[in-house]
Design a protein around this ligand. Structure first.
Ligand code: RIB
Length: 306
């Protein structure tokens, strides 16, 4: 069960405040915390804690933040393939969380902006030995084209989490085994929103995408598969921090598929994993191990529409 993840890694600085800013407002933060992070970084660590062997392809600067990320990956048993960019700083994320556990994130890509298709192609042998590729949008888009091409060449399924979202090429999305936008991202990547007449299933179908999971935060998730929509509820719990919940979901989904689960089972596994992650503050402390996930697993009642 080997997964190759592409992604940004850097230092995340969390500031906890009572509420989010109004324009021009200065707020005093109640807590300060730092950890290594990035969407791909979180996904890589989450997949490793769930039992996968993980390669992580990334770029870092020649600085302490970059070295901290690589040390952390090693400690978690993730195999890093990192290009060191000497004239760039390692990425940095500014994460503001309020008392409800919601977060607002600003990312400076730094060295990760220089992740290149050439670097991906230079590591074709690494990707080729994987059972799954896990991609996102926190680095240049051309890298995803290069990775999807390698996936196609070796028949390796690709899960693409289009976060952060921008308008994407439907052809690239169609080549993925699965795309996993949240509701906002689903509209942005295809440039169309759900309306009274058209659901996401109709919109995706129009673009030739027949399989997708739309994550809905506290409302659960929607699996679109074989012309059907299956709605999954969320798991009620005390929310401490939603940061990284999507990354946990994607990693668990990838692991579940590789464990042989069908897609509805894999979505249920992903929802259970992300529900565990949001019960703890920050990202790294909340990423569950496979034992923790197994112990607290909750079966979900779904509703299906044709
Ligand atoms: O998805 C959450 C992640 O997005 C954080 O870890 C932060 O680093 C940003 O990249």
């Amino acid at each position: 069960m080997r997964i190759s993840v592409l992604g940004l890694c850097g230092r995340s600085v969390f500031l906890k405040t009572d509420h989010f800013h109004a324009p021009g407002e200065t707020i005093i933060a109640e807590e300060l915390y730092t950890e290594p992070g990035g969407k791909g970084f979180n996904q890589a660590v989450a997949a490793a804690r769930l039992g996968a062997e993980v390669n992580f392809l990334t770029c870092v600067g020649d600085d302490e933040e970059g070295r901290e990320c690589l040390r952390f990956l090693e400690k978690e048993g993730v195999l890093p393939f990192a290009q060191v960019i000497s004239n760039a700083r390692t990425a940095y994320a500014d994460i503001l969380t309020d008392k409800t556990g919601e977060s607002r994130i600003t990312v400076y890509q730094g060295a990760s902006k220089q992740l290149s298709p050439q670097f991906i192609r230079d590591n074709e042998h690494v990707l080729a030995q994987s059972d799954m590729l896990l991609l996102n949008n926190e680095y240049p888009e051309e890298c995803n084209y290069a990775a999807v091409e390698i996936g196609e060449k070796y028949g390796i399924p690709v899960i693409l989490n289009p976060a952060p979202a921008y308008k994407m090429d439907s052809e690239l999305l169609r080549k993925c085994f699965l795309i996993t936008p949240n509701r906002t991202e689903a509209s942005v990547i295809l440039g169309e929103s759900e309306n009274g007449a058209e659901t996401f299933r109709d919109i995706f179908k129009k673009h030739g995408i027949n399989t997708a999971v739309v994550t809905l935060g506290s409302e659960g998730a929607l699996l679109i598969e074989n012309g059907k929509s299956i709605k999954f509820p969320s798991i009620p719990c005390e929310v401490k921090d939603t940061t990284g919940a999507g990354d946990t979901f994607n990693a668990a989904l990838a692991v579940a598929v590789l464990l042989g689960m069908d897609l509805p089972e894999a979505v249920e596994y992903g929802i259970n994993a992300s529900a565990l992650s949001i019960r703890k503050k920050y990202v790294m402390p909340g990423l569950p191990t496979k034992e923790e996930l197994g112990a607290g697993f909750i079966k979900l009642e779904t509703t299906e529409t044709e």
